[in-house]
Design a protein around this ligand. Structure first.
Ligand code: PLP
Length: 366
């Protein structure tokens, strides 16, 4: 089930890697300015577009997911541009903070932790703003296990405005469907250590024509994340800067596997394991953080019963069962735990994690 005596790593990324991927990650380096890399980049770019159901440009950047979020913003906005920042948790707040750091004129639209963004409230906010350059939002809020209704939100944004739609899909992409073209998303940001079954180090973005037009006008200072650099180098089959090759090798393999399996099948598989996780949590008498209809397919957030100390719970699950669960963040610290189920995950991984959680709670209740 797990590789050897390795712990059952069930946090929402970095995800555990199966033995064949570990082997690839440990393979010899190549010349990133040579023909081998050019071939690999070409195949990977095509497969990434397939997964995102898009004909838009797609790029690989050596950074964590936050770098991709920064890329989305620095290339499309200018200081003073009006931005609607929708947040349902920690990562929505981070996207807003990046926009603020680059001097956007940010309007906040926050929803209570555990709740999804309401398209009706988004419509209202856009009407009030009048002029809005970009809407920034999280698809899958890893801190609460909430998946926002992205398609509906995109429809609302398109109907009420001409704003760019910039999506943090760091923890959903590759595990949950994102129809970039059909839903009209301008920039999607994701990262290797999530559903892509790869180590941390590479982020990925798509860029629409409208995002490119915004890039032409954007006066935000940029260098490492200037998407023009990635485009210019892509044309010659190279990265602008030395890439995180081990992560690239792993993503190449997982992209190939996803396309061969069929992306619908990959997404359905994530949906099924998520349902299995939620059913298991409920059968232990535990309550989920989000409402069922907004529950994520890649991470499940579960409330700890009153009187159970979250820190001690996580430590006991690790010590007694060799299972690593995610804890709560910010105001949910100590109150919830999270089980990641993206990328390489088998039913047995989840059952072991749930059993460890259930037995630990029973033991702590005495
Ligand atoms: C939804 C979401 N957005 C952004 C990030 C930030 O990604 P990174 O830690 O790779 O910078 C994460 C990481 O967990 C995430 O889950």
């Amino acid at each position: 089930m797990t590789n050897g005596k390795q712990p059952n790593l069930r946090i929402p990324g970095p995800v555990p890697l199966p033995d064949d991927v570990l082997e690839i990650v440990g393979s010899q380096m190549i010349n990133h300015r040579g023909p081998e890399y050019a071939d690999m980049l070409d195949r990977m770019t095509a497969n990434l577009r397939t997964v995102f159901m898009t004909t838009n440009d797609a790029y690989f950047i050596t950074s964590s997911g936050t770098g991709a979020m920064e890329t989305a913003l620095v290339n499309t906005i200018s200081p003073g541009d009006r931005v609607l920042a929708i947040s349902v948790g920690v990562f929505g707040d981070r996207f807003r903070e990046i926009a603020e750091a680059y001097s956007a004129d940010v309007t906040r639209l926050d929803f209570d932790l555990g709740h999804a963004a309401d398209p009706g409230k988004v419509r209202e906010a856009l009407r009030k703003m009048g002029d809005c350059k970009a809407v920034i939002l999280t698809h899958n809020e890893s801190s609460t296990g909430v998946a926002n209704p992205l398609q509906e939100l995109c429809e609302a944004i398109h109907e009420e405005s001409n704003a760019l739609i910039l999506v943090d899909a760091v923890s959903s992409a590759g595990g949950m469907a994102i129809a970039v073209d059909a839903w009209g998303i301008d920039v999607v940001a994701t990262a290797s250590q999530k559903s892509w079954i790869a180590p941390p180090g590479i982020s990925m973005v798509t860029f629409s024509k409208k995002a490119w037009a915004a890039h032409e006008r954007s006066t935000t200072p940029k260098y490492y994340y200037d998407i023009q650099q990635y485009e210019d180098y892509l044309k010659i089959g190279q990265p602008p800067f030395t890439p995180c090759l081990p992560a690239m090798f792993a993503i190449e393999k997982s992209l190939e596997a996803m396309v061969a399996e069929g992306i619908e099948t990959v997404f359905n598989r994530h949906h099924e394991i998520a349902s299995h996780t939620r059913d298991g949590a409920r059968s232990l008498g535990l309550e989920l953080v989000p409402e069922e209809r907004y529950a994520s397919d890649t991470v499940t957030a579960i409330r700890l019963p009153d009187g159970i100390d979250g820190k001690e719970f996580l430590a006991r699950v690790r010590q007694d069962f060799n299972v690593i669960l995610g804890g709560g963040q910010k105001s949910l610290t100590g109150k919830i735990f999270r089980i990641g189920h993206m990328g390489w995950v088998e039913t047995a991984h989840i059952d072991e994690a749930l059993e460890a959680a259930g037995r630990t709670i029973r033991a702590m209740r005495g």
